[in-house]
Design a protein around this ligand. Sequence first.
Ligand code: GLA
Length: 362
Amino acid sequence: MTDAAPALKDAFKDCFRIGVALNQATFTGEDTNAVAIVKAQFNTITPENVLKWESVHPEPNKFAFDLPDQYVAFGEKNGMFIIGHTLVWHNQTPKWVFQDDKGNELSRDALLNRLKEHISTVVGRYKGRVRGWDVVNEALNDDGSMRKTPWYRIIGDDYLIKAFQFAHEADPAAELYYNEFALDKRGKRKGAIALIKKLQTAGVPVTGIGYQAHVKLETPSVAVVDKVITDLAALGIKVMITELDVDALPSGKSYAGADIDKLAKYRASLDPYTNGLPAEVQKKLAERYRDLFRVFVKHRDVIPRVTFWGVEDGGSWLNSFPIRGRTNYPLLWDRQYRPKPAFDAVLQVGIEPSPSPSKSSK
Ligand code: GLA
């Protein structure tokens, strides 16, 4: 990269916003290297953790807004499109949410009241400032059926409709998304499409679907990624790439998802690059990113945002998932905050003349 090279956000300005998930050290300014990269390269941000229920609402009558306030202030100071992540999820949600003060399971009405209070307080606080919310995260099993989470069990499958309604009431101008992983699996994609149709039929304003895109070096193929985007766009909504990273390590089993309940055992053979990424893998990673971005650019008429799940390799969740303690290389900057060949490859796609957008929306 030369000094004259444009930033990612500029190279893709006619296609989509370029985003990144921020950890606390970055939006508080402590990780100065990451801050410099984020300010220079990105124009939209997502909080890795601080707006998840357990962080922002740790106890029944206690909201913890100090860190989210700093996150939002960072985005405003740098003129960024600020995303909120996430209002309703089965993970990183305390047990008390589903219980009364005696520890008994809440009724449907009581849980709906709690959900409404949470959403109106959190969304209300950042009204007009957080521009888009991941309202519900990961409501589906990989076969496309509804996950039997406490939300589903206690409220029923209209919990999503309610969550979107509460969010819309709290900030009518905010964009509202459903966010999910492994949409490259046919059954799950079908389930997601049915779920969005249900929301649309109920008249709730769903702006878009987040395709997390935690992918691997070889899978899913770009043809499948292309199909995922086409199928989702046919719903007439936006398709956001929300959590992009490329797992460069062998998986050791067929599991390929982002279900953080699932952890496997460490084996040295599954952690082959502790002393650095071999040149040929580095090259493969760059080509993988290039190919993915070519697909995203092709669908730029329906993709308003592509967000990476982290700035540099050392901070990625993929060092501890699905196996703890490995050395992974999923992002565009290395552990010394130097841009990798994958960065140059992505940038190049932004600079090269792109064919006219596919007509992926109806
Ligand atoms: C899911 C969630 C994210 C994050 C990742 C792993 O994809 O949506 O918030 O927790 O898992 O870090």
